[in-house]
Design a protein around this ligand. Structure first.
Ligand SMILES: CC(=O)[C@@H](O)[C@H](O)COP(=O)(O)O
Ligand SMILES: NCC(=O)COP(=O)(O)O
Length: 238
């Protein structure tokens, strides 16, 4: 069954808005776990506009489910991940000033760089997932690089789902097949929500994990966090 990792970036966005500690990011992570989340995801960005590098260090001390740290593998990210040793590092090609993640890696063009980074993370005992668009060539080359998993960037699925879900899922099914043939584990994320999640999980049963933040935290404002996590988990039961 597909596991749900809750991305808590947006809780930190809210906290940072007032400069205090409300909502408490650490408590929120523990509550997500208590309510059934099977992992916690964070994506510290260089400007620390939501999750701060210090949050990541504190979170690691208390989290008991899988900890996933996403980010561009610059020196600061690598130092943090090697120190914290999460279950998984998800490598994302974001420039420092992007509003949010907006593309997957070109694993051919950046093969040598990603190979070196993957090797360093493996030496630190961290599982490596590479964020890619649903493109079989990019997936296959992630396997050549030595990654353990790929995370499929689902923004295009979420956008197209509204018009035509059968078309929206097609490239993702092909990419999932390429991952499976290449011996890679499979994650997915970005803009997944209560409308589009169940269909993704049903059509791609080999999906190991989804990481969901923005929509889940927005829904939680209306529905309450415990109730929201139960509803997401229900979407994953196929
Ligand atoms: C890697 C990815 O898919 C992103 O969704 C990211 O984790 C979210 O980052 P922000 O919370 O900064 O938009
Ligand atoms: N890897 C995707 C993620 O962590 C959350 O993306 P989103 O749900 O905030 O779009």
């Amino acid at each position: 069954m597909t596991r749900l990792s809750v991305n808590i970036n947006k809780i930190a966005t809210l906290r940072n808005a007032r400069g205090g500690n409300n909502p408490d990011v650490i408590k929120s992570a523990l509550d997500c776990e208590r309510f059934g989340a099977q992992g916690i995801t964070v994506h510290p960005r260089p400007d620390e506009r939501h999750i701060r590098y210090d949050d990541v260090i504190e979170l690691k001390k208390v989290i008991t489910t899988e900890f996933n740290i996403e980010g561009y593998p610059d020196d600061r990210y690598m130092e943090l991940v090697k120190r914290v040793k999460p279950a998984q590092a998800t490598l994302v090609p974001d420039g420092p000033h992007v509003l949010t993640s907006n593309a997957g890696w070109d694993t051919l063009a950046h093969e040598a760089f990603l190979k070196e980074i993957t090797k360093e993370l493996h030496e630190a005992g961290v599982r490596v997932s590479i964020f890619v668009d649903p493109d079989s060539k990019m997936v296959e080359n992630a396997a050549k690089i030595g990654a353990d998993r790929v995370e499929l960037y689902t923004e295009s699925y979420a956008t197209k789902y509204v018009e035509n879900k059968e078309n929206a899922i097609l490239p993702f099914k092909k990419a999932a097949e390429a991952a499976s043939k290449s011996g890679l584990g499979l994650n997915a994320g970005h803009d997944l929500d209560l409308d589009n999640l169940a269909y993704l999980a049903k059509e791609i049963p080999e999906l190991d994990e989804v990481s969901i933040g923005h929509a889940l935290i927005c829904d939680a404002l209306y529905l309450g966090l415990e109730n929201t996590i139960q509803m997401y988990l229900k979407q994953l039961k196929i």
